[in-house]
Design a protein. Sequence first.
Length: 173
Amino acid sequence: MSASTQDKARDIYIVGLRNQHAVENQAVELLERQVGRLENYPEMAERMRRHIAESQEQARRLEDLLGQLDTSHSTLKDTMASFMGNMAALGHTVAPDEVLKNTLANFAFEHYEIAGYMSLLTLCEAVGHSAGRSALETSLREEQDMAQWIADHIGPTTLRYVERTAAGQTAGV
Ligand SMILES: [Fe+2]
């Protein structure tokens, strides 16, 4: 990689870290909005609470990585992927099938985060920021675990929603 390409990669890496930081904050907000309305899905509420704590830690990890890089000389826009606005809108949904819609949206959101960390790991290596690798890998694994947990619960959550709807217990869904 040429020196100018290396500089570019570094800028893109820093922007990526900032974007991912914004994504993590968005994740915390999304999950916090949902978690209080999941009294009929206690297992999901508990897993979400754990992931809120993980996401807060992931945001701190990203701050550490940004702190390790000398970002003061870079001219960077603090951009935020517009995708996130759409995802956030999904989190506002209040409908009888809210739990289903949110579960599908959360699954998509986790994969958005996974893609972000995969891209950051590539950039981390491209710019030779070897100190950043394990933090990014840890966060990536946490997102993959959360995505897998959601995947495992899409079916059971769907059936529970059907049962509750059939029983006429729509409150608190
Ligand atoms: Fe996260």
